[in-house]
Design a protein around this ligand. Structure first.
Ligand code: PLP
Length: 375
């Protein structure tokens, strides 16, 4: 561990909380049963663990347990929601409204749906990353089936006003889906109060394991399933349930519910401190609307050096991202920053967890652009 660089890329993924791991471990070994086995106690133990996980997840967002469908994570949940609703609606409304700054999981799914007949409006954002309201109002007049707008942006942390957006969608008879991958368990979400019809989340962003997540699907909404076979999860998503993963996701959700406010305060302190140090030195310009951002993510331009060079020079010491981590193998201009009118790929994303260890002076790393690779 000692030789690994300082990790400030928690929006890409988080480590598993030891409490989560402890809760999961028995479900790999002694409680290894299949939750679909109805003829013996092993199946029953697994099934109870799954139902407990469902309740824990539902409790975090004020949903009902039967409105949670477990999947392999947000990418699958997004595909399930968008394709499933389109297929269920075929022949009727085929217009989807989304935003240019969505995660690729949404944008690529929309592009695929366009190939099979969907009409998609990709809303612009302003230079602060906020959706163009005029365009939105106009697009709503064109019989939308679905409005898909993410909650917290994974590159900039910009938070969209999802309550207002969903209310407007409903006025025009559309359903509302939000990609809450970066806000689930980090900022409060109430699916009822915020009029959310579908919402996706992933365990690995909140100290749970990778490969497990889910879709909140409001009671009464019909989707054509993405995965057929076996009738699991009320026919919504077939396949043997990942019991240890679900236990881990549930435990992570439970911990988030209890600790969210404290975490938020600590992370905000870390982020503000970080931002102040860098701003003080005139080293950075922050991307994204100042008072409408998640404190877990900070995206900024380095005014005095190139970010790609900086990341290369410092990669033995500092693990940060030059944009969306999912794309970071490809050094291409971020579609999010491009949509905000920031044409040069000149930004760095740091993302935090509420660990007091991080309240230190990091500005030396970020302002000192020398090549330390020979040290
Ligand atoms: N949506 C957003 C906003 C994300 O940040 C990510 C992952 O980084 C995803 C979707 C995809 O999530 P998963 O890794 O669970 O498929």
């Amino acid at each position: 561990m000692h030789n690994l660089p300082l990790y400030l890329d928690y929006a890409a993924t988080t480590p598993v909380d030891p409490r989560v791991l402890e809760a999961m471990l028995p479900y790999f070994t002694e409680h290894f049963g299949n939750a679909a086995s109805t003829t013996h106690i092993h199946g029953e133990i697994a099934r109870k663990a799954v139902e407990n996980g469902r309740q824990q997840v539902a409790g975090l967002i004020n949903a009902r347990p039967e409105e949670i469908i477990f999947t392999s994570g947000s990418t699958e949940s997004i595909n399930m929601a968008l394709k499933g609703l389109f297929w269920a609606n075929s022949g009727k409304r085929r217009h989807i409204i989304t935003v240019k700054t969505e995660h690729k999981a949404v944008l690529d799914t929309c592009a695929w749906l366009e190939e099979i007949g969907a009409e998609v409006t990709y809303l612009d954002v302003d230079e602060e990353g906020i959706i163009n309201w005029d365009q939105y109002e106009k697009a709503l007049e064109d019989d939308p089936m679905l409005v898909s707008v993410m909650h917290a942006n994974n590159e900039t942390g910009v938070i969209q006003e999802i309550s207002k957006i969903s209310k407007m969608a409903h006025e025009y008879g559309a359903l509302f889906f939000t990609d809450a991958t970066q806000s689930f368990g980090k900022v409060p979400i109430d699916v009822l109060q915020e009029n959310i019809d579908m919402l996706c989340f992933s365990a690995h962003k909140i100290y749970g394991p990778k490969g497990i997540g889910g879709l909140y699907l409001k009671k009464g909404i019909k989707l054509v399933p993405l995965v057929h076979g076996g009738g699991h999860q009320w026919g919504g998503r077939a396949g043997t349930l990942n019991v240890p993963g679900i236990v881990g996701l549930g435990e992570a959700a439970l911990i988030a519910k209890v600790e969210m406010y404290d975490h938020y305060k600590t992370v905000k302190k870390i982020k503000d401190n970080f931002e102040k140090q860098l701003n003080g030195g005139g080293q950075i310009k922050i991307n994204g609307k100042l008072n409408q951002r998640s404190p877990y993510i900070l995206n900024f331009q380095l005014l005095k050096s190139s970010p790609d060079q900086f990341i290369l020079n410092n990669r033995r010491f500092l693990a940060v991202s030059n944009g969306s981590a999912c794309n970071s193998e490809v050094m291409e201009i971020s579609h999010v920053l491009k949509a905000m009118g920031l044409f040069k790929n000149s930004s760095i994303r740091v993302s935090f967890i509420p660990n007091e260890v991080y309240i230190r002076n990091y500005s030396t790393f970020l302002t000192n652009d020398q090549d330390r690779s020979s040290i």
